[in-house]
Write a protein that binds this ligand. Structure first.
Ligand code: CQM
Ligand code: MG
Length: 349
């Protein structure tokens, strides 16, 4: 564990000073694209105006023969495509792969000033973040990078989940953590073949009437990743960084995708991944506070004056804690309205 007294010291002479607070920037959807796929790249100028983050994916879903092309393609995108104010992130290959070192070396030295966040997959523990942390500092010096690159971990190993709190606190570069349900499922030997979402067999059943266990009975679906998401949210919040859902692989099931995203939003996640253009609007809708919630939150805050005491509004008790909850919604609405003029108008800001 790093000494708290030197935690914010750059890890290489001449590297930019690490941030003391990770700024909140709207990142409702991290939109994945394969930089070696010309069709996807051609859509980026248009997508840039619709998403908060474009993420050039170099890892899984990019064929092994295309790894070099994807890396070179991302350099090209960063240099030539006008993304406006949209953030550019990348997901590098896993640290045990033959490509990770070249990914980091090339990206940081060539486009380190254009990249915002580097997502590291299959993080096993804080030691993986420490390795990336030092290497990034060295590469930032070499590449003349002016602002420190931030790091985002994917929670997709049992070891990573068991050490999620240490991962979240491993470096001032830590920006956030996403759930990686497919690799996590495989690593844990869970018996599901779905990339994210629920499972129809993971359920509880109501008690039988008159001991007739074979009569039809209501069943209630549970979420196989609920525990992991809850733990990830707490780990992130205690570290001052941001939790995200992850992929929803059933692209055609836009309804279940919306449910899954909303559960994550309600549990505290600030965004999710979009793997296909059809998921972009779902993420925007879900991770932007509902207009009626914003109006209600404003009513409560207005009625509570200095924020202390208790009042009754529409039969519901409000006190100091409810004001805090309402402020979470109002603060998020204000932060998103800065980026999204449509929301600004809807929220009346
Ligand atoms: C699923 C796929 C193959 C369907 O791709 P498709 O071409 O078959 O679909 P389509 O419906 O026919 O596509 C319609 C149009 O949209 C385009 N398109 C389609 N997707 C995108 C995109 N993302 N960005 C920009 N454009 C896109 C596509 O090129 C096409 O363009 P066209 O109309 O001109 O022909 C495709 O959407 C895709 O490759 N998406 C990204 C997949 C990906 O990145 N997966 C990795 C993240 S999940 C993960 O890694 C797991 C995790 C966390 O690690 C763990 O749980 O362990
Ligand atoms: Mg994975």
């Amino acid at each position: 564990m790093r000494n708290p007294k030197t935690f914010f010291r750059p890890l290489a002479v001449g590297a930019p000073a690490p941030v003391r607070e990770v700024p909140f920037r709207p990142s409702r959807m991290l939109h994945f694209f394969d930089p070696s796929n010309a069709k996807m790249v051609a859509k980026l100028p248009d997508l840039a105006s619709k998403v908060d983050v474009l993420l050039g994916n170099l890892e899984d879903a990019v064929q092994a023969v295309n790894k070099d092309a994807a890396r070179a393609g991302l350099v090209d995108v960063a240099r030539t495509v006008d993304l406006g104010g949209t953030q550019l992130w990348t997901r590098i290959n896993s640290l045990d792969s033959p490509w990770a070192l070249d990914d980091l070396t090339t990206l940081v030295t060539e486009i380190g000033n254009e990249l915002d966040v580097i997502m590291v997959p299959k993080v096993e523990g804080p030691e993986d973040i420490h390795y990336v942390d030092r290497l990034l500092a060295q590469l930032e010096v070499k590449g003349g990078v002016r602002k420190p690159l931030l790091v985002h971990a994917i929670l997709e190993t049992a070891s990573g989940v068991a050490q999620v709190e240490e991962i979240a606190l491993a470096s001032p570069r830590m920006q956030g953590i996403s759930l990686g349900p497919a690799d996590l499922g495989a690593d844990r030997r869970m018996k599901t073949t779905r990339a994210g979402g629920g499972h129809p067999w993971y359920l509880v059943r109501e008690d039988p009437v008159d001991s007739d266990v074979h009569a039809p009975r209501a069943t209630y679906l549970q979420d196989v990743y609920h525990y992991t998401i809850g733990r990830m949210v707490d780990a992130c919040v205690q570290a001052g960084i941001y939790p995200y859902y992850g992929p929803f692989g059933d692209i055609g099931d836009v309804v279940a995708c919306e449910d899954q995203f909303r559960n994550a939003y309600l549990m505290g996640c600030v965004g999710t991944w979009s793997l296909h253009p059809v998921q972009i609007d779902i993420a925007r809708r879900v991770f932007s506070p509902d207009v009626s919630e914003v109006a209600w939150a404003r009513r409560v805050v207005d009625a509570m004056g200095d924020g202390t005491g208790a009042v009754m509004i529409d039969g519901k008790m409000q006190d100091d804690a409810s004001v805090k909850m309402c402020r979470v919604t109002l603060d998020l609405a204000a932060e998103l309205a800065e980026r999204d003029p449509e929301l600004k108008e809807l929220y009346g800001l």
